[in-house]
Design a protein around this ligand. Sequence first.
Ligand SMILES: [Zn+2]
Length: 322
Amino acid sequence: MPSHPFSVVALDVGGTKIAGGLVTYPEKGARPDVSRPVSVPTDAARGGAAVLDDMVEVARTLIAQATCPVIGIGADTAGVVDPETGSIAYANQIMPGWTGRAVARRLASEFDLSAANMGDVHAHALGEARWGAACGLHSCLMVGIGTGLGGAFVLDGKVLRGFRGAAGHIGHTLHHLACDLPCACGGASHAETVTSGTALCARYQGKSFGDELDPSCMGAEIARRAETGDERAAEAIEFAGDALGQAIGSWCNILDPEAVVLSGSVVNAGPRWRYALEQGFQRQALTPLSDTRIIEGALGASAPLIGAAENLLDSIDASAKE
Ligand SMILES: [Zn+2]
């Protein structure tokens, strides 16, 4: 471990934006700070090479702003990330030309610094597990509910990445309420089609998952309408909350996490959604799991940046032991 204080340049790359910041470790055992937040559009349609070039430029800007030594670059990105190399093992058509990009290798060679890359949902979970809502817990299942539905399982402070880096795709597990609905992944009947923010909006608007939606009437607006007597809004919110709760109960029956951590924009859907989620969870969770705590993430947008920085520190530790 390098001597304190030190900073890690952290980059968080999603389909819509490249976010970055300096994650600074002031002293041993102290929670890291995130400073110098920066965000530029991903504009993924330009192709993977252009996105990677922009990551390099964001990193360059952050390195120039650092006030203590930068020990490396920790990235997290959309797509399935190879756990060994930090390259993109698979990305869908939303990120054309992203598959195969050697993200960690490019960042390391560009700046002659250590670099690491991991999946964005994995990084989010690692951040919450090391320094956020699940800090100090035996294990947690992180569930991210936004446009889609993602997840990650953390045990003893380590994210379960899977053999190919693809572990945790809970949005693409079977859901009995999703009967034959086509999913964004190409499959059907998946949890994402009934539990995600997109699914909630589609249901309220009387459309199917995958249909074009009216952007003026999305999550927060539906939650507001539900509280002012719009019965269809209330029904859509209760359905989505209950469907998610049942799915979480089912995943907990496999993993038995100490706690479930919720994150993503849909967490703000209000008490009606949350109550339905708890009820759905209790219907599916086995009796010994019924006291599993379901809590909200504590780090917000800093979670993936801190997780990516932690992943870099882990990789530096691992190479020091080799
Ligand atoms: Zn799917």
